[in-house]
Write a protein that binds this ligand. Structure first.
Ligand code: DAV
Length: 373
């Protein structure tokens, strides 16, 4: 079916086909959640966020929203339809029969929650207690897409119980040290256990018939197995990146730009054995350029590698954060047209240009990019 801006269609099979309709998150009411096992493991040991929680300063929220609104307007000016989530009151605690936590998080990164595969949008289980209800921010949009697109499949993965059995106790310490963390990451000993299926949507990359999923803090092997059973017509590949002491989400580590080309974080290289399927099928994996910054902005969970967290608009065009000059230069050398987008002051709310978006419609269908098994 032809694309038309006036009619909602959910369709997106990969990370690079021409983007026509996207969700852009909001910084509104974003909170730093109180400590919980998954957060304890992720917040870097030297982070300014340790021990803090509560609503983020209103000034920083306003600035974050200014940048996100600017990004949405830039996409709209290029003819892309943009929808926005409806933030809920994130100061509300989350209480289930199994756990209690003092507040929620926010809705800046829809990429973490919503996985679009073809005509389906799947709400991830999530693996942080503070993010258990985050899908509610997207329900008004899901309802609308359901009414407007007869092919749209709205799915939700089983809500996890997130009891203490979901988290390894040896990660619940402030003083593990980077060396031990790297050893644990190499041994695939992550904070989440195999108690029940867990995944965040941002651990999944879509390559047509193939889904590439990072096994790490936010996605366990059972989560990957759940995805395999849920998408029986796809091949689901588990990957891991041993150089990352805080492995959450694949989108500051492995970034496909177009068929045949992927950027890989040079500190988190894909292990040899896992490169074979790419090489056998003529894909090139190149080291990403260095980030332009030595440290993340204040009160930010993510690393400086948000430099690689780009949004591909089509196989020749990519949005790169404005201050990430080395990444922009590399894109240019790789033959991409670069659209600089200012977003750094919004990083603290949950990530970069890829994180703060979720695909609704990209042109094209489900292709096989890896015919040589
Ligand atoms: O490098 O801190 C950030 C990914 C956000 N979705 C990192 C991973």
């Amino acid at each position: 079916m032809e694309w038309s801006a006036g009619r909602t269609q959910v369709n997106s099979w990969n990370e690079w086909d021409p983007l026509r309709h996207v969700i852009v998150g909001r910084a509104t009411d974003c909170h730093i959640p109180p400590n919980e096992p998954a957060l304890e493991a992720k917040v870097p040991e030297d982070s300014d966020m340790r021990g803090m929680w509560g609503k983020r300063p209103q000034e920083s929220i306003d600035r974050g929203n200014e940048l996100l609104d600017g990004f949405a307007a830039l996409l709209e000016a290029r003819g892309i339809r943009v929808d926005r989530p409806d933030p809920i009151d994130f100061s509300q605690p989350v209480t289930t029969p199994d756990f209690h936590t003092g507040s929620q998080f926010g809705c800046m990164p829809p990429r973490d929650v919503l996985l679009t595969v073809g005509h389906e949008m799947l709400e991830a289980t999530m693996s942080y207690r503070c993010r258990w209800f985050e899908y509610l921010c997207y329900r008004p949009l899901m309802q609308r897409y359901f009414e407007e697109d007869p092919r749209f499949r709205h799915e939700a993965a089983p809500k996890p119980r997130l009891t203490d059995a979901d988290y390894h106790k040896d990660y619940l310490s402030e003083k593990i040290g980077v060396e031990k963390r790297l050893q644990w990451a190499a041994d695939k000993h992550f904070v989440t256990t195999e108690e029940e299926p867990l995944f965040d949507a941002a651990d999944v990359l879509r390559f047509g018939r193939d889904l590439v999923v990072q096994h790490g803090f936010t996605t366990n092997q059972k989560g990957i197995e759940w995805l395999r059973r849920h998408f029986p017509d796809h091949r689901v590949h588990a990957v891991n990146f041993p150089g990352d002491p805080y492995p959450i989400h694949i989108d500051a580590t492995f970034t496909p730009l177009r068929p045949g080309l992927i950027l890989n974080n040079p500190q988190r290289r894909l292990p040899e054995g896992q490169r074979e399927m790419f090489h056998r099928n003529g894909w090139e994996i190149v080291d990403a350029a260095q980030p332009a910054h030595n440290s993340p902005p204040p009160l930010c969970y993510s690393s400086t590698w948000l430099s690689m967290n780009v949004l591909v608009l089509d196989p020749k065009t990519v949005c790169v954060e404005k201050s990430e000059v080395y990444q922009a230069e590399q894109m240019d050398r790789l033959g991409m047209e670069v659209i600089p987008v200012e977003l750094r002051d919004a990083y603290a709310f949950g990530g970069g240009l890829h994180c703060c978006t979720a695909d609704v419609y990209r042109e094209g269908g489900c292709e096989d990019y890896f015919p040589k098994a």
